[in-house]
Design a protein around this ligand. Structure first.
Ligand SMILES: *Cc1c(COP(=O)(O)O)cnc(C)c1O
Length: 475
């Protein structure tokens, strides 16, 4: 039973029809479908009713004036009418931030994607013969050229690449893998689970920290289908360790006529030591080491669209391409367009470093970041709005489950507000039309410009100014 004050508050909530006549809501009806506005008005009044009914008996009941509810309807309709997937400014300093969409695309990749999206294309059409062609033909040439492999195939992501390869080459039989390589990536890719889903059986060898070639050899029997090596991309086993190199495993596979697969995780095609990073195995090296099949992601250190790349010997790739899962896991034309344009940049490594945003972000020098941070802090301090910005040294991360031990030196802009706690300020920045994502540390909001393009800085400052303004001050 509602209390008398609750009954009164419920009575004060305007009816949906009355809310629709409030001037700001009536104005919405000129621009948006009526059904969308009516639905928002219903949702807003229903939420107000729920709030009143769930309030403690002695609590002050909020006042739901028609103007206040109308403002909520406007906000709701605007949010529902706009896109849900929107750009954000990544000021976390995590270059391949999986939650923020991993690699941003290079300009040639964006242009190719838009061009192919616009109209028809030769996706599966052979322009020489006028007959049906293969979608796999578009990136295969560049991939074999850049990795030295005989053949290549692109699927939805690297998890799909591993799943498909195992299903095609090892279903119903055993796959030998080192215990220390049974990795989990981001909670959704676990090597043992992917193996189970592919229908093959796991044959673990070695211990957590050590595995020798003789361990693999001892596990080989009539049931063995494949030897697997997984790059421990997001952790390292340090100290008293032993592992088997790709070349040793490839030689063992060749001796027993068993295919060898390496899941590289990140598809590095350049030498990262140039950016001061530890060495990450490249696809070229794995192929040269003799591994029969190598898989990697398109949107980690390669810096392209989400994709899984399978390169290796033609006789195995032919089997993989014919498996029914290849059809289920295939990529669309937009991915192929963006990937082809990204791969083309690697023909000139200098261009790749300059134009691929992930590589560009990794190569900012500490001094350059310090200068940018100081300039930005100056602009923030000049805003007023109760904001104070200082510059402090810190570290950026590669992210995307790559190079876990490589912390990149950077300089952070540390912001405090006279009005809001760091968490509140971060929340207000997240809810801007162009959200800015930072991190919190030492009771400050920390912004790392490594992952912010210089041309985004003005928008970042405007967002901060608006987020730091008073709640009632309009925006
Ligand atoms: C990231 C990663 C995967 C998963 O790749 P996605 O492209 O995210 O599907 C698989 N294996 C390893 C070793 C990885 O690092």
């Amino acid at each position: 039973m509602p209390s008398p004050s609750q009954t009164q508050a419920l009575r004060n909530i305007p009816a949906v029809e009355a809310l629709l006549e409030a001037p700001p809501v009536a104005a919405l009806l000129a621009e948006h479908p009526r059904a969308l506005v009516v639905e928002a008005a219903r949702a807003v009044t229903a939420a107000a009713r729920r709030l009143i009914l769930s309030a403690a008996p002695e609590a002050d009941l909020p006042d739901f004036s028609r103007a206040a509810l109308a403002a909520q309807v406007v906000a709701r309709v605007r949010a529902a009418a706009g896109p849900h997937l929107i750009p954000v400014i990544n000021a976390t300093g995590v270059v391949l931030h999986t939650n923020l969409g991993r690699a941003p695309l290079a300009e040639p990749a964006r242009a190719a994607l838009a061009e192919i999206a616009r109209g028809y294309s030769n996706l599966e059409y052979d322009l020489e013969t006028g007959e049906r062609g293969s979608r796999h033909s578009h990136c295969a040439g560049l991939l074999t050229e850049l990795t030295g492999a005989e053949a290549a195939l692109v699927v939805n992501n690297n998890a799909a690449a591993v799943l498909l390869t195992l299903a095609a080459l090892a279903a119903g039989r055993e796959v030998v893998v080192a215990r220390g390589q049974l990795v989990e990536i981001g909670g959704s890719f676990r090597v043992p689970e992917v193996m189970e889903a592919s229908g093959c059986r796991l044959r673990e060898v070695g211990t957590t920290n050590k595995v020798y070639l003789r361990d693999y050899e001892a596990a080989i029997g009539p049931e063995t289908a494949l030897l697997l090596k997984v790059h421990t991309s997001n952790y390292r086993i340090l100290g008293f360790t032993a592992s088997v190199s790709g070349a040793e495993l490839a030689a063992l596979g060749a001796r027993y006529n068993l295919p060898t697969l390496e899941d590289l995780g990140s598809g590095v095609l350049v030498d990262l030591s140039r950016a001061g990073l530890e060495k990450e195995p490249t696809a070229l090296e794995s192929v040269a080491a003799g591994l029969d099949i190598v898989t990697f992601s398109g949107d980690k250190l390669l810096g392209g669209p989400q994709a899984g790349i399978i390169v290796g010997r033609k006789r195995y790739l032919d089997v993989i391409k014919r498996h029914p899962l290849a059809r289920a896991l295939r990529v669309g034309k937009l991915t192929l367009a963006a990937l082809e344009a990204t791969l083309r940049l690697y023909r000139e490594p200098e261009r790749a470093w300059r134009e691929i945003p992930a590589l560009r972000a990794l190569s900012w020098a500490e001094g350059e970041l310090k200068e940018r941070a100081q300039r930005l802090a100056g602009k923030i301090n000049a805003l007023g709005q109760g904001l104070t910005a200082t510059v402090q040294p810190g570290t950026s991360e590669v992210g995307g489950g790559a190079l876990p031990l490589s912390a990149l030196p950077t300089h952070l802009v540390a912001v405090t507000s006279g009005t809001y706690s760091p968490d509140e300020l971060a929340g207000r920045l997240r809810r801007r039309p162009l959200p800015v994502i930072g991190r919190i540390g030492g009771d400050r909001l920390l912004l790392d410009l490594r992952t912010v393009r210089p041309e985004e800085e003005a928008a970042l400052v405007s967002a901060l100014a608006a987020a730091a303004g008073s709640p009632a001050g309009g925006e």
